[in-house]
Design a protein around this ligand. Structure first.
Ligand code: RIB
Ligand code: CA
Length: 312
């Protein structure tokens, strides 16, 4: 069997982060070395608690470490309107069975990357604060990174502002460090994630699988659907799962090489991801996806976990 891809899951769970982590946990092609949390959807304390509950639910046996409580430069910015006060409102979840790691997120990233006998992929589904701090603090470990797969940005659109997507807007300085690092980047921005829509028939198919994970994921999907339906979306954009799916099934995605530069100034455009071909490419950017096949990937993943049951 081909060697598994070693990964670090870095995010701000968050409903779509949780679904992305379910996709990763169910894949026998991925080996989760560590989970790191970043302030974004909610405070770093709340997303770290959520991360440990998600790992308990999914059986992710990797250390969970908390990141900084603020972005590199900006003030912290949360999204309770989207994910609720807890950051993961909706279905009841198990209490964590693992403590928070004593190391910081950056120290844990450095530990696992330096100790792993091969290259490591960082899958970041929140603001890029942790990944930027890791690259700045440990430039000697850059060569051990296979790639950085992110959910963030949008070449043709923003969501939190007309120009910027939330993850990049929370910490544009961090995004600039990452995109200028020279590490290969896979970018799933709004251009693709708003085409990776979950519709009612999809979360009903998820629910029909049975099993605790399928039921909870269906409720997360429906929660996300209801919010987005209320603001005019046809379905729930599956932002974060795209950053995992593109590694598992790249052929489902329309990937284009681009030079992506991050706007860190500007009254109206701070946090914009400006994609062009006037300089050498630094990223492969997903611009489209086979929606039906992507949804089936999520359903198949939950099906593989349907015999897992934990006390809630
Ligand atoms: O803009 C979407 C992104 O912001 C997703 O990662 C979601 O979880 C929020 O963090
Ligand atoms: Ca996220």
């Amino acid at each position: 069997m081909a060697q598994k891809r070693a990964i670090i899951l870095d995010g701000d769970p968050g409903h779509d982060d949780a679904i992305a982590w379910m996709l990763a946990a169910a894949s026998d092609a991925l080996q989760i070395l560590a989970v790191t949390t970043v302030c974004g959807n909610q405070t770093v304390e709340k997303v770290s608690y959520n991360a440990r509950r998600i790992c308990t639910l999914l059986g992710i046996e990797a250390p969970v470490a908390a990141g900084r409580s603020t972005p590199l430069v900006s003030e912290a910015m949360n999204a309770p309107s989207v994910h609720g006060e807890s950051g993961l409102d909706g279905p009841a979840l198990p209490e964590p069975t693992m403590p928070l790691c004593e190391l910081s997120s950056v120290a844990l990233m450095a530990k696992v990357v330096s100790e792993y006998d091969g290259k490591v992929t960082i899958i970041s589904t929140g603001p890029l604060t942790n990944t930027a701090c890791f690259l700045l603090a440990h430039p000697e470990l850059k060569e051990k990174l296979e790639c950085i797969s992110i959910m963030g940005g949008g070449i043709e659109l923003g969501n939190w502002t007309p120009a910027a997507e939330f993850n990049i807007l929370v910490d544009p300085e961090a995004a600039k460090v990452v995109f200028e690092s020279g590490v290969p980047i896979l970018m799933c921005g709004l251009d693709v994630t708003e085409k990776a829509l979950i519709l009612p028939q999809d979360f009903e198919a998820m629910r029909a699988i049975g099993g605790q994970v399928g039921q909870i994921v269906a409720e997360w999907l429906e929660f996300f659907y209801r919010f987005h339906k209320n603001i005019g979306y046809e379905g729930a954009p599956m932002h974060d799962p795209c950053a995992v799916a593109v590694l598992l099934r790249p052929e489902l995605f329309d990937l284009r090489e681009m030079c992506v530069q991050i706007e860190t100034k500007g009254e109206y455009c701070r946090g914009a991801t400006v994609g062009h071909n006037r300089k050498p490419p630094n990223a492969r950017v997903a611009m489209g996806v086979d929606r039906a096949a992507f949804v089936q990937l999520l359903i198949d993943a939950a099906d593989r976990l349907k015999n897992r049951e934990v006390a809630i």
